[in-house]
Design a protein around this ligand. Sequence first.
Ligand code: URA
Length: 240
Amino acid sequence: MPLIRMDKFLSLSQGISRSEAKILLKNGNITVDGKRVLKGDFKFDEAAEVKNGNTVLTYKKHIYLLMNKPEGILSAATDKRVKTVIDIIPERFRRDGLFPVGRLDKNTTGLLIITDDGDFGHRVTSPKTETEKCYYAELDGEIKEEYIKAFAEGMTLVSGEVCKPAILRPAGKCSARVIVTEGKYHQIKRMFGVVGLGVNKLHRVSIGKLSLPESLAPGEVIEIGEREKALIFYRNDILL
Ligand code: URA
């Protein structure tokens, strides 16, 4: 069974800092399987029963957040100059090790998953998993039938990289929905670039069957649970 440090456990369980956890420990009411623990660096089995007096304490090993990424914010864990998506996470969700799952460009908006679970993040972004990322794009020109075909056949980017088949569906005169199952650098913009269209606005609408809730304003964050996590890996079957 994996071990966890007491100060980390208390910090995750109670939403307090590690130094606040040390103060809590000094009160002498914290026990692990009935034995009093006073030190923050004490390591114990995650399955052990931790109590504060008579109250059993539980903690979440990992957290899974869904953000409506606003424009102008970098999807990176840290940056010296520019605000990142991690910087704008509300205090109540903050913890060590949070990172955005995949990247959206600075000016792209919409659904972004943030977690501290590396395995989960890898599963979402791995090309093998082929999660379906759906984007809404506003373009500087009209979509022609031949572009839909080019997207569906798997286009070759200017760099020579070959894309997997993608869905392009016009949504208006100069707008479209695009579904891709991979995440190459600037992929959507580069795909439209091949057919000579510029992207004025890009917004991620969904991953798999997990959609961005319409009520979630730019910059807002909600915690998601097992059901929503599972939806990410559902296929809409239109690429088959
Ligand atoms: N493709 C892009 O070009 N930009 C994004 O932010 C995401 C996909």
